[in-house]
Design a protein around this ligand. Structure first.
Ligand code: NAD
Length: 259
């Protein structure tokens, strides 16, 4: 991947950071994106660049705003940076029954978990076509394949992104651009820690007990998937060995969707 550039959305934390590390380790230059403490992000950026001798830039872009996504691609193009690998990873969750699901949370989850990927792909595609190569990896979820109660926006967005993945894969089928999705099960990141904490509080149990309860409900392995494992799967999908993997939804979910 030397000489290629990967934009990994939502890579200041969790799964996105694991993916950025795996791609940088294979020589890809990285565009980091996401929110967080400016000093921490700079430390991360500089550390990743030094450890792997690659160029790492940080783009503080709110992906729920399509004009900001367009401006990001224009800025990168102006700086001579083409996005060869696009990983649509940034995502949020909101948990509530449908009758009390706040409409602004519906809009926010759809905007980030679904629409942002559409905008990023449409902005990245002309450059990938011009350079004759590209890899698009959409981080969906087990919730792209099956549902859980009280996650209407998330499940709708994740099912949607699997449909988008197939359409893009068909539109690029005769090119060296591929588009695939990964469907992780539970990964212990800040996104899931919030759900564990809420569960512990509701049930009056410890966070450790809530963690075990969460896994027991869905994930037969009773072990979390790790950002490192997801990073390695992403790197495979970006490799030449995966050139004919097109429109796939790869599960890495400890057996969740095998049930
Ligand atoms: P996380 O909360 O650790 O990280 C989310 C990242 O997105 C952060 O870098 C955050 O700053 C960024 N982000 C949030 N809002 C943004 C916005 N408006 N614009 C730009 N960036 C924004 O979450 P995670 O668990 O690493 O999740 C990453 C992806 O993996 C999500 O799409 C999530 O749905 C998916 N996923 C997570 C799990 C899990 O168990 N953690 C399971 C399946 C799928």
């Amino acid at each position: 991947m030397k000489g290629k550039t990967a934009l990994v959305t939502g890579s200041t934390s969790g799964i996105g950071l694991g993916i950025a590390r795996s791609l940088a380790a294979r020589g890809a230059n990285i565009v980091l994106n996401g929110f967080g403490d400016a000093a921490e992000i700079e430390k991360l950026r500089a550390g990743l660049a030094a450890e792997h001798s690659v160029t790492v830039v940080y783009e503080n872009v709110d992906l729920t705003r399509p004009p900001e996504i367009e401006a990001l691609f224009a800025r990168l193009a102006q700086a001579g940076i083409g996005v060869d690998i696009l990983v649509n990873n940034a995502g949020i969750q909101h948990v509530a029954p449908i009758e009390s699901f706040p409409t602004d949370r519906w809009d926010a989850v759809i905007a980030l978990n679904l629409s942002a990927a559409f905008h990023a792909i449409r902005c990245a595609m002309p450059g990938m076509k011009a350079r004759g190569w590209g890899r698009i990896v959409n981080i969906a979820s087990a919730h792209g394949l099956v549902a859980s109660a009280e996650k209407v926006a998330y499940v709708a967005a994740k099912h949607g992104i699997l449909g988008m993945t197939k359409v893009v894969a068909l539109e690029t089928a005769r090119t060296s651009i591929t588009c695939n999705a990964i469907c992780p099960g539970w990964v212990l990141t800040p996104l899931v820690q919030k759900q564990i904490d809420a569960r512990a509080q509701q049930a009056g149990i410890t966070a450790e007990a809530a963690k075990i309860a969460l896994l027991s409900e869905k994930q037969p392995s009773l072990e979390f998937v790790t950002p490192e494992q997801l990073g390695e799967l992403t790197a495979f999908l970006c490799s030449e060995a995966a050139a004919q993997v097109r429109g796939a939804a790869y599960t890495m979910d400890g057996g969740w969707t095998a049930q």
